[in-house]
Design a protein around this ligand. Structure first.
Ligand code: TYD
Ligand code: MG
Length: 420
């Protein structure tokens, strides 16, 4: 067999690296513009950085049931229609199950072949013969290499299988998409062990109750990592949501307390999201502080500032916070909205539903400027918000129809949020 044991491969690599290299003037180097193939799914392309890169390997991780197989089968379907040969290697489900799913997704193409094979070397042999442009391996945890004794899903097997396929991608120029399950316990053989072996790692996440799914890049050698793809799981597969703000704030019921809207930047696009807070008196000696989609340390800071600088009585209260849509809040510009939501719930007074809150909170209770204010405001105007509470000092243009209320301190921000 050609397939080398890891030791031999490493030696080969060092030998290659020992070839005499010479320095080149940076400007004279040819930029790496590896060809990309659109997946045919704009939200997936966005996260990939423009499509699948020839010769690259991508790991798609996520909880079981989130929709990894569905997403990749849809991409396979559209790419096959465009004439790209696709090989779908399934070791988890029977090919007949893939067929069932494809009926639901309305996929039928002669360019799409399905192989039910758990032996990775046997699957590679088929891939060499068929020369597909895209290979899907579903999943790395259920495939194995027979030359290694361990069971599928163990660290050794997962790593060897991923290694084999990423080498295949590099050698042949095919794109390989590997599916990897993540377990709640962060299972030992989870995709983490292979992150460094692949060119990109995409995570597919969703709140299990809702139908929104978020795809984001944890690592991407060929693109930015901040980009988000937003989907909705429907009866006919995943539908891209190209206007996520509308989706995230659409379900807002008016007059409800503890709800505020933030304008955050994810990758290249601004998004409005709703932050919900519920503040109740606690039955426990140490009150509960429970956050979904929100960093608990950030939440502790908002609470501390609200207590100390604004004088809210939050001690002895349970506080629950939730960023809607299964989105993770990683933008400090959402501070103001979160604090306003907490305040609104505590006082049981609704916020003005047409106001968006944008700004970072400092420990002294000051409201600090955030980047890309113009794009955040445009998004708010786009969704017909009327007012934006923002850090004072913003000098640039304000979109038509939007009134900005500049604030310096948390006190002022809280007052402005109540619409007074
Ligand atoms: P799946 O792609 O099998 O998830 P994964 O590969 O990540 O384990 O999708 C699983 C869920 O998606 C399953 O509960 C059924 C649902 N689903 C839909 O709601 N609509 C569809 O069109 C499809 C194909 C699946
Ligand atoms: Mg699956």
């Amino acid at each position: 067999m050609e397939e080398a044991a890891p030791g031999k491969k490493e030696r080969a690599a060092t030998k290659g690296g020992a070839r005499k290299a010479e320095p080149t003037v940076l400007a004279d180097l040819q930029p790496d513009r590896s060809p990309r193939a659109s997946s045919g799914i704009p939200e997936l392309d966005r996260v990939l950085g423009g499509g699948f890169v020839a010769g690259s390997s991508v790991l798609i991780g996520g909880d079981p049931g989130v929709g990894k197989s569905t997403l990749l089968l849809q991409a396979a379907g559209t790419m096959a229609v465009q004439g790209v040969g696709v090989l779908y290697v399934t070791a988890e489900e029977a090919p007949a199950q893939i067929r069932l799913r494809s009926d639901r997704l309305d996929i039928a193409s002669k360019e799409l072949q399905v192989l039910g094979e758990a032996d990775a070397d046997a699957a590679i042999a088929w891939a060499r013969k068929l020369k597909p442009g895209l290979v899907i391996v579903d999943s790395v945890q259920t495939c194995r290499r027979l030359e290694f004794d361990s069971a599928p899903g163990t660290v050794t097997q997962v790593r060897e299988v991923a290694n084999l396929w990423s080498d295949f991608a590099r050698e042949t120029g095919a794109c390989v998409a590997l599916v990897g399950h993540v377990t709640k316990e962060g299972a030992i053989a989870g995709p983490r062990v292979i992150e460094h072996l692949v060119d990109a790692v995409l995570m597919f996440e969703g709140d299990h109750l809702g139908s929104v799914r978020i795809l984001r890049a944890l690592k991407n050698r060929y693109g930015a990592t901040g980009e988000l793809g937003v989907f909705e799981m429907t009866g006919q597969g995943l539908a891209g949501i190209s206007d996520p703000s509308r989706r995230f704030v659409a379900q807002r019921s008016e007059g409800v307390t503890g709800v505020a809207v933030a304008s955050v930047i994810r990758g290249s696009r601004p998004m409005l999201i709703e932050i919900q807070a519920l503040v109740t008196s606690s039955l426990y000696a140490s009150p509960q502080r429970n956050a979904t989609g929100v960093d608990p340390r950030r939440m502790a800071m908002w609470i501390a500032v609200l207590e100390k600088r604004v004088g809210l009585g939050l001690a002895g209260r349970d506080i629950f916070l939730n960023a809607t849509g299964g989105l993770k809040l990683e933008d400090s510009a959402a501070d103001l909205a979160a604090a306003a939501a907490i305040n609104s719930s505590l006082r049981d007074q609704p916020l003005d539903p047409e106001t968006v809150m944008i700004g970072e909170i400092g420990l002294t209770g000051e409201v600090r400027a955030v980047a890309a204010m113009d794009r955040r405001l445009s998004e708010a105007a786009h969704l017909a918000f009327k007012k934006a509470v923002i850090p004072h000092g913003y000098k640039d243009d304000v979109p038509k129809g939007l009134k900005v209320i500049p604030v310096k301190t948390m006190d002022e921000a809280i007052e402005a949020s109540m619409g007074s």
